[in-house]
Design a protein. Sequence first.
Length: 263
Amino acid sequence: MRVIIRPDYDEMSKWAANYVAKSILEFKPTPESPFVLGCPTGSSPIGLYRELIKKYEAGEISFQNVVTFNMDEYVRIPEDHPESYHSFMWKNFFSHIDIKPENVHILNGNADDLEAECANYEKAIAAVGGIHLFMGGVGPDGHLAFNEPGSSLNGLTHVETLTTDTIIANSRFFDNDINLVPKKALTVGIGTVMAAKEVLLVCNGHHKARALKHIVDGNVSHKWTASMLQTHPAAIVVCDEAACDELSVGTFKYFLDKERDNF
């Protein structure tokens, strides 16, 4: 696992965007061989998306031959609801770039058969040859996508019941009313993320410090599902200094030293 520590959120977002753009450009995607990108939602990746949009607007990169698969979506919330992840992605990323709508894949939380929707999502990922780079964020309790503490570390796309902690954390998007937050979601599994060729996790802020400590310094545990990235052959965690508040001084200096020539 690589751990990239940047001074603040903006610098963290720029580093992550540069890495994603470089990966796409080096792949040289075509209509017959697209680059497959996994996409997260939430507050952490907004800066990453903003920087990728800047690169598109500057003519540095095109997303015409990029296929995306989102990590998750709430269950039984209208797609056009302002807090649905469909709305989030088009508002914060897709509507600002040249991606083809048919190349965008987001789970349907209103499907008649949610289990079948999850199974078909895995089939769609397999049909394009798997995900090349899965971007992700992390919750304060260390969850990745909506794989809550206690979730299987080998699971695939499934229906997940959200914990009280996650509902409270997400209530900030629902007028701080926990009663308005959906109680279930569809989510890719940890196994789905681990199957990607590369994973890039962004983590910022002091409120994520405890999670980062377990992801980087702790043992692999289903209690902190993002800790599974320790076993991925090509995982990168990009964080700001505030998220490192609970890392040991030795760990903090080790990763700064190891990556000193990669900034």
